[in-house]
Design a protein around this ligand. Structure first.
Ligand code: ADP
Length: 622
């Protein structure tokens, strides 16, 4: 009995192994992320680090001068210093001048920092974009991979709310607040160390209340976001032209309105709950603030009335008490934002750190000339559980044109993905020109194929670049024009047509190709690459019958002198192939020429008969 793909190891183990191989890299702790960000800044933008240090130092010094200057003025006014008037003026002027310099330095460093931390963000966004283009294909194809990329990208597109900018700002505020806190604690400790303990204790209590409210609001915000999404969907449907016909003709307006109202009620309830909790936290905050500063000021007034401190000291301590609470809530609040930004930084880092399947350690040279193709006992599943290919074996001799047919979901496109190296088989071997494809370098393997897929991928570049898939300066324009002409788009090559973009979205004078013309462009692309293996995956699915038959003729010419694999669900189109394989249940079910399979009267013949009747009926009705 043939061994089943799932027999060894167990399905559960395979599923786990598959998920592990496709899962995201590990996450990083907050300190690790801070280190990563600072290392990045130090390496690429050392000037930003200097600006951060200057802004922190000035951020500590500026308010300190702000409370010291009134004390100095009061001491001088009340004659509590033995300075002559000229010296007094000089001292006040000197302090005011230093303050101006400090404020100026803070301002300049702040503006420079703003510009540079945007560079850090843009650099990372660029890296994420590049990674999304060169990471292994399974990451791109899986919904989790797409969501992962979207999260990594979104957090960097978010300007001041991007993870990098948020982390820089939060780190700086925490550093400034901590240094100021230590300075003010020192000042207040000279009044009475217990005042510091009292202020600290009540501030900690206050922070706990705010944190409690923040946690609640974060938890409910998830709920609010889900409801927002649903509301967005319902509202979009009202604007959607396609849905608009059904909504009117089936009288669904009332139903949609009721749905929207229900969602709106739920959403408003969540927002009200969050607002109520925030209000209670704000009330606690105000009461504790009153208690904290009230007690400290009362003590200060008591000391002043007892004559233990002068007017200057009174002003200094009062300023220190006012600033103290702000620093603590600054530290606590910004730490929450830092944690949040660090979480988002994890998305970016884990996306960047995912490793592609490595090239083989001892690669073999790629096959020369027209290679043969062989699938030998190949098994494959996307989820480690359901086999799409089940001990599949078939081969093509050099220069052969083979058609793969089968119902939707039979696994034809999966065969192409495995053949080109976008996925690796779970077991079995793929041979290209007799060489185990797993022993080829990724780039060598990709170079063997000129694929034409059913999803037309046009890029926002010029026509010539869309043919060569290389930048203009690396494009052979004469060759691009020749390939376009051979593919039937010769009319587009004159009058600067090669330089016109292939999209109206980025340029008003861009090409606006029809479905058939787009297919021809893909043909020109395959011609330009001129790889020894042609792969055509349902390339005519979007065409009308006339455009389809013209395209077949071109394929016929195109595939000459190459090994070609051709996939179609329209069986009549396989006539120009040397051989046809009917894929079903992940294996080759029937094999032969179009005519021999019809004569055999099996599944292929049955499918052909059904399709012929269908197209004939369509033609008669037309
Ligand atoms: P065909 O090209 O013959 O229509 P496919 O190779 O596209 O079939 O798909 C074969 C099976 O694999 C189908 O059941 C399809 O749903 C499944 N499949 C295809 N791509 C994926 C994917 N990226 N993740 C999970 N399942 C997939």
């Amino acid at each position: 009995m043939q061994e089943n793909c799932t027999s060894n190891p167990s399905p559960k183990e395979r599923r786990k192994a598959k998920r592990a191989s496709q899962s995201r890299a590990g996450t990083h702790g907050i300190w690790d992320n801070i280190g990563y960000l600072l290392r990045n800044i130090a390496r690429r933008y050392p000037a930003l680090l200097c600006m951060m240090v200057v802004e922190i130092a000035a951020g500590v010094a500026a308010p300190a001068f702000g409370i010291y200057l009134p004390k100095l003025a009061a001491d001088l006014a009340l004659g509590q210093t033995a300075l002559a008037p000229a010296q007094t003026a000089l001292l006040l002027g000197g302090v005011a001048f230093i303050m101006a310099v400090v404020y100026g330095a803070r301002d300049i460093a702040g503006r420079g920092k703003y510009m540079h931390y945007n560079f850090v963000r843009q650099d990372l966004a660029h890296e994420v974009y590049y990674k999304s283009l060169e990471c292994d294909f399974p990451v791109v194809e899986r919904a989790e991979g797409q969501a992962w990329f979207a999260r990594a990208q979104m957090t960097l597109l978010n300007g001041d709310w991007s993870c990098t900018s948020r982390m820089v700002v939060a780190l700086m505020t925490i550093a400034t607040s901590t240094l100021s806190f230590l300075l003010y604690s020192g000042i207040l400790a000279t009044l009475n160390p217990l005042i510091v303990v009292l202020l600290l204790g009540l501030s900690a209590l206050n922070s706990l209340a705010l944190r409690y409210a923040r946690r609640y609001s974060l938890a409910r915000r998830e709920e609010a976001a889900v409801l927002e999404n649903r509301l967005g969907y319902v509202e979009e449907e009202a604007r959607d032209v396609r849905a608009g016909k059904d909504i009117r003709l089936y009288g669904m307006a009332g139903w949609f309105t009721a749905l929207r109202e229900r969602l709106m009620d739920d959403y408003s309830q969540v927002r009200r709950d969050i607002a109520a909790r925030d209000f209670r936290a704000a009330l606690v905050d105000a009461l504790l603030l009153l208690l904290r500063d009230g007690a400290a000021y009362a003590y200060l007034i008591y000391q002043a009335t007892q004559g233990r401190i002068g007017a200057g000291d009174f002003v200094l301590y009062a300023g220190a008490i006012a600033g103290f609470g702000g620093f603590i809530s600054g530290i606590v609040g910004q730490f929450g934002l830092l944690q949040d930004a660090s979480e988002r930084m994890n998305d970016v880092r884990s996306f960047l750190e995912q490793s592609n399947a490595p090239d083989p350690a001892d690669p073999l040279p790629p096959p020369q000339g027209m290679p043969s193709i062989e699938f030998r006992d190949v098994c494959f599943s996307y989820d480690g559980e359901h086999n799409v290919l089940d001990h599949l074996s078939f081969s093509l001799v050099p220069g052969e044109r083979l058609a793969l047919v089968g119902v939707n979901g039979a696994g034809k496109t999966t065969i192409v993905k495995l053949l080109c190296g976008l996925y690796a088989p779970d077991s079995g071997t793929i041979l290209l020109g007799g060489v185990d494809a797993a022993r080829l370098r990724r780039a060598d393997r990709f170079a063997l194929f000129s694929p034409v897929f059913q999803d037309v991928a046009l890029f926002p570049f010029s026509l010539a670049e869309n043919v060569s898939l290389r930048p203009m300066w690396e494009t052979d324009l004469a060759r691009a024009a020749n390939c376009l002409t051979r593919a039937g788009l010769g009319a587009c090559t004159g009058d600067g047509g090669l330089a016109r973009p292939v999209s109206r979205e980025i340029s008003d004078d861009g090409w606006n190709f029809s479905g058939g013309e787009q297919q021809k462009l893909l043909l020109a692309r395959a011609l330009y690459k001129d790889a020894p293996i042609m792969v055509l995956d349902e390339p005519t699915s979007a065409l009308d019958p006339i455009a389809e038959s013209q395209t077949y003729e071109q394929f016929d010419l195109l595939a000459r002198g190459k090994t070609a694999l051709y996939i179609s669900h329209r069986l009549a189109s396989t006539r120009f192939c040397d051989r046809v394989l009917l894929i079903s249940g992940g294996r080759v079910q029937e094999e032969g020429t179009h005519e021999s399979l019809l004569r055999a009267g099996g599944e292929y013949a049955h499918m052909f008969q059904v399709q012929s009747q269908y197209y004939q009926k369509g033609a008669e009705e037309a």
